[in-house]
Design a protein around this ligand. Structure first.
Ligand SMILES: [Zn+2]
Ligand SMILES: [Zn+2]
Length: 185
């Protein structure tokens, strides 16, 4: 039987996203479209850093959920992931509320939209990287390989999943000859 909780992110967050937009319009007053777009893109950019930082400094640092993450490393196709309730609490108390308090109701919620969208893309990317088989060509293969190197070659690098931006900035890129990955994923 499939573990329903493992797939809950893909139901909950696509519902949360339009709710954030509606709430921003309803409670945020009039926001200029350019400001709104800037808040969303800032949120997406901030997510890419969070993705790197949580993976490197929490999951691989013997802190909360490190044991679950180790289990994910040992069995990448197993249905092990961060519970949706925990991600939701982190988003509400770590992102939405602080962003609303620091920025502005509407812009804070749009920033939250960007972070949540980034998380959803990450979540889907990480799921598909491990679960889907792809040919040894193209962008998707390069993307899959980036994370496979983290799993099987260098646990101390390639912490970014959706991009290697922060690995480049912090000097934690792991590379290996093309062709590696045969039989692994
Ligand atoms: Zn890892
Ligand atoms: Zn993984």
């Amino acid at each position: 039987m499939r573990n329903f909780g493992y797939y809950l992110d893909f139901i909950v967050f696509p519902i949360v996203l339009p709710c954030l937009v509606v709430a921003a319009h309803r409670f945020g007053g009039s926001i200029r479209p350019l400001d709104s777009a800037t808040a969303v893109f800032s949120g997406i950019f901030f997510w890419t850093f969070l993705e790197y930082a949580i993976h490197r400094f929490v999951l691989h640092a013997g802190l909360a959920f490190s044991a679950d993450h180790e289990a994910h490393h040992a069995a990448p196709k197993a249905e092990i992931g961060t519970p949706t309730w925990l991600t939701s609490l982190i988003l509400v108390f770590g992102i939405y509320i602080p962003a609303v308090l620091v920025l502005h109701v509407g812009l804070g919620l749009m920033f939250g939209f960007g972070v949540t969208f980034g998380y959803l893309v990450y979540s889907f990317a990480h799921y598909s990287l491990h679960q889907w088989n792809v040919s040894n060509e193209g962008i998707f293969y390069a993307w899959k390989r980036l994370h496979a190197l983290h799993h099987f070659v260098g646990k101390n690098g390639n912490f970014g999943v959706t991009s290697s931006l922060w690995d480049h900035i912090f000097g934690t890129v792991v590379e290996k000859k093309r062709g590696y990955l045969a039989g692994n994923n």
